[in-house]
Design a protein. Structure first.
Length: 467
């Protein structure tokens, strides 16, 4: 609606200035009439470009249609510069070779004042809408029409000077009209150059001044972002597109990385409304722990490791861990994967530099990944009695293990001819998990010694306050 209103205003102004040109013969008014004619063309182009640029992205224009605004502003720039060239040539012809009789009137000056008032209202309305709905075309129109106010004012001064010269017989003031036209041409060139630079920036995807640095600094400060490696920004109409490349800890999980990406998108959106694309590069964080490095290496090979431990003896580093491989994998293939993992672990900087002439020792315990769901057999009565016996036995060990409060929820079942036992043990919640792990491992071993028919025991520790 703002663009359409600008078209209507341009029609009115063009009509007024054409009438004044015919009645006064003023080159200044003619230059303003030509300027208004281009204003009309520019307003129509702006109206059409705003309608087209508002269309959503489609298969042929995946970034939308916003560039049409920059294109229309570029065409407007060319029209402005062509007009200014004509005005300059005609002004010098009148100054040097040909005298034109002017008939300035108070009515003409009043009409130009009305035109100037229309330009003021139109430029302010367009500027307000351009800020509310960020539009490069409307912003260009607003800037363009705001300069019309000054160019019209210069023409009014020129006509006033000619009128004074005719009234008081000051012939030299007759030159005020072409000189005023030259001032109008200078204003048009200044506006055209300004618009041309901005539209070229838009067509060439130039980033708005300072915005790239603001985005990079803001993203750099987010949790989980090690560094901002690259920021690229382009604008199409009222839409910004931001591509951000960041480095993230390589030990982070996929879900963690995705959460970091969401945080980056939200932070950029707080700076400028934009379509944000985040690319993550895995990097080793400064001071990355040896165990995290080992997990990264295993993860890169598609392997899962746990129970990693390390110790040094006489300057030699010993590393141990459990490696999970698919259940159906043969020993030869499983050993090959473990060997390759051991060799890569030995090349880690923290491992190679920790030895004193002796190669590090890496021991890997291979176990099945555990993807098979076993079928549970019957015999509930016998197994229920065994569960009761295990519960009483563990509770009887509380004197030997003071941190053990009680054992409860014991479940024993037989699956594929193997007896499996699971239970919960309440313990002191203030103890470190390493100590709790050692105690649960000892309890599991004691149960298997007491009940040799049990193939596997799984104890779940929980703090006392959660019972």
């Amino acid at each position: 609606m703002a663009a359409l209103g600008s078209v209507g205003s341009a029609f009115v102004l063009l009509g007024l200035k054409v009438f004044l040109t015919a009645s006064t013969g003023s080159l200044g008014v003619l230059s303003e009439a030509l300027h208004s004619g281009l204003d009309l063309i520019a307003a129509i182009l702006t109206w059409l470009s705003v309608r087209i640029s508002d269309r959503p992205a489609d298969k042929g224009h995946t970034y939308g249609h916003g560039k049409i605004e920059s294109f229309s502003a570029f065409v407007e720039t060319g029209l402005l510069l062509a007009t200014s060239v004509y005005i300059i040539v005609e002004a010098f012809v009148r100054l040097l070779y040909r005298q034109v009789h002017l008939q300035p009137t108070i009515l003409a000056i009043l009409i130009l004042c009305v035109a100037m008032g229309i330009d003021v209202m139109r430029s302010r309305a367009l500027a307000r809408v351009a800020r509310e709905f960020p539009s490069e075309a409307l912003e260009a129109d607003a800037l363009h029409f705001s300069t019309d106010v000054w160019s019209t004012f210069v023409v009014i001064l020129g006509m006033g000077a000619v009128w004074i010269g005719q009234r008081f017989d000051a012939a030299w003031l007759q030159q005020a009209d072409p000189i005023a036209a030259l001032f109008v041409a200078a204003i048009v060139i200044w506006v055209g150059a300004h618009l041309g630079r901005r539209t070229l920036d838009g067509l060439l995807d130039a980033a708005p001044a300072g915005l790239q640095e603001r985005v990079a600094t803001a993203v750099q400060g987010l949790d989980g972002v090690l560094s901002t490696e690259r920021v690229r920004i382009r604008r199409a109409g009222n839409q910004h597109f931001v591509d951000v490349t960041i480095s993230v800890p390589r030990s982070a999980s996929f879900e963690q990385v995705h959460a970091i990406s969401d945080a980056v998108e939200r932070r950029v959106g707080e700076i400028v409304p934009a379509d944000v694309m985040v690319h993550m590069e895995p990097r080793a964080a400064a001071g990355e722990h040896l165990f995290d490095s080992i997990r990264v290496i295993a993860g890169r090979r598609g392997l899962s490791v746990h129970e990693i431990s390390a110790d040094q003896l006489d300057g030699r580093l010993f590393i141990e861990m459990h490696l999970e491989v698919p259940d159906q994998l043969g020993l030869r293939e499983a050993h090959r994967r473990a060997t390759e993992l051991e060799e890569e672990i030995r090349t880690l900087p923290g491992v190679a530099s920790s030895t004193q002439g002796q190669p590090p020792a890496v021991y890997i315990h291979i176990e099945p990944l555990g993807t098979h769901i076993a079928y549970v057999d019957g015999q509930r009565g016998v197994l229920a009695g065994l569960a009761h016996g295990i519960e009483n036995y563990i509770n009887s060990l509380s004197a030997e293990y003071p941190v053990l409060v009680n054992c409860h929820e014991v479940h024993v079942r037989e699956a594929e001819h193997r007896i499996l036992a699971s239970c919960h043990c309440a313990m002191d919640g203030n103890l470190p998990i390493t100590q709790i792990h050692d105690i649960t491992a000892a309890l599991e071993l004691r149960v298997k010694e007491k009940f040799p028919q049990v193939a596997r025991v799984n104890i779940h520790p929980e703090p006392v306050e959660e019972r």
